[in-house]
Design a protein. Structure first.
Lengths: 283, 120
């Protein structure tokens, strides 16, 4: 038998794909679906494999690994949600604004090809960067959703000295999850001394270094619930802000776009009725 | 082989909602349905699922696990759904195998006793 060409086999991975799910056009629906995939896998196995009928220690080791993967997957789904929401905003605003709001997103040279061929300017500008730090996310959305030629929008995930005050606790907890995601992606759940120190600063209490994360099912439940609530709240805040900006643009020049058509389109993308210049969007 | 090719009954989403709502202490997980999982974070309590089912509307096909069944899409009421539940998993949770009548994806509606215990 000839030797297997592993170089070729690695390249073949990229041929094994499937089209996106229909709900992928709507970031919040895309997130909700993705966020329950990992917990669904774990529930199915837990419901149908009787640990007493297999090797219990091996079963628990594998389930522990699955829970770690599901935890990382949930956080990464939230990152993708943020990118997709930003892409929707860019697609809606790009034809009508000429200020510097997109400077945060400008493609570097190596991304020009993707930019030229993309069907969505927003996706081309948002997809390749990482969105895994509150500060980066804040900077991008503050610029993207600012007043035309005006000041920046509010902080999406504010620090203790930033507003809106009611969003600070959520931002603080989200920062812990970004650090968890970093740990899971780069250290496979092993808490280095550096990780332990960062977590200690984030949660305000001791975290044991040189230990591995072993998330429980309850951990997954509560993280998933937190991310779902945060995604819904974020979807609401950004959707309302985008509708406000589009309303201002339409009031400045009613020939720019059809308010009802745009309200319908934006409402579908945010999965909630949003009004633009008095026209309520229909889902 | 999908539910529509197997013995199955037919019911409205509203009927399923009635059945779910009559069990207020339970929590539910939906495994595999892009329609429902795109709208609500699962597991969720009965009232939340019932409300979503009524909002989505439409009709469903329900797999009949009864050995030798010849069911071919006959209408089934909420009063029969307990009998059609599979409860043979490790925790004796109620499970229904369903499919929207305008789609090809089979999915599970599964009770989640652990979620009911912790409330999340």
């Amino acid at each position: 038998m000839p030797p297997i060409n592993l170089h070729q086999k690695v390249r073949e991975v990229l041929r094994h794909t499937q089209p996106p799910h229909p709900e992928a056009h709507c970031p919040i629906q895309h997130f909700e679906r993705a966020a329950t995939t990992g917990p669904g896998l774990i529930k199915y196995l837990s419901d149908h494999i009787d640990p007493a009928r297999v090797y219990p220690a091996v079963y628990e080791r594998h389930m522990s690994q699955l829970r770690r993967m599901a935890l990382a997957d949930a956080i990464e789904s939230f990152e993708r949600f943020l990118k997709e929401v930003a892409a929707v905003c860019i697609d809606q605003l790009a034809p009508y604004v000429i200020d510097d709001r997109f400077d945060e997103f400008m493609p570097r040279g190596e991304r020009i090809a993707a930019f030229v061929n993309a069907r969505s300017i927003g996706k081309a500008l948002c997809e390749s960067d990482t969105w895994i730090k509150n500060k980066t996310i804040n900077d991008r959305f503050r610029s993207l959703l600012k007043e035309p030629f005006g000041g920046d929008w509010e902080y999406l995930f504010p620090k203790p000295n930033q507003g809106p005050a009611e969003e600070r606790d959520r931002a603080k907890t989200l920062a812990i999850l970004w650090q968890l995601r970093h740990n899971l992606a780069h250290n496979v759940g092993a808490l280095t001394h550096s990780d332990a120190m960062k977590f200690r600063l984030l949660i305000g209490s001791h975290v044991t270094a040189e230990h591995s994360l072993v998330p429980t099912r309850d951990d997954l439940r509560f993280v998933g619930r937190f991310l779902s609530e945060t995604a819904l709240r974020t979807n609401e805040r950004i959707g309302l802000r985008l509708a406000t900006l589009l309303t201002a643009l339409h009031q400045g020049d009613a020939t720019l776009f059809d308010a009802q058509d745009t309200a319908d389109e934006v409402s579908r993308r945010f999965n909630r009725s949003l009004a633009i210049d008095g026209c309520a969007g229909v889902l | 082989m999908s539910v529509r090719d197997l013995p199955h009954y037919s019911l409205s989403a509203a009927t399923l909602a009635d059945w779910v709502e009559n069990q207020p202490e339970r929590w539910w997980f939906v495994d595999g349905d892009p329609v429902l999982t795109g709208e609500v974070y699962f597991p969720c309590p009965s009232d939340e699922l019932a409300s979503l089912l009524r909002k989505v509307g439409g009709r469903l096909l329900l797999y009949d696990k009864t050995p030798g069944s010849h069911a071919r899409g006959e209408e089934v009421g909420a009063d029969r759904l307990d009998d059609l539940c599979d409860t043979t998993d490790n925790f004796q949770q109620k499970t229904l195998v369903l499919c929207w009548d305008n789609a090809d994806i089979d999915w599970l509606l599964v009770e989640d006793k652990e979620a009911a215990r912790v409330g999340a």
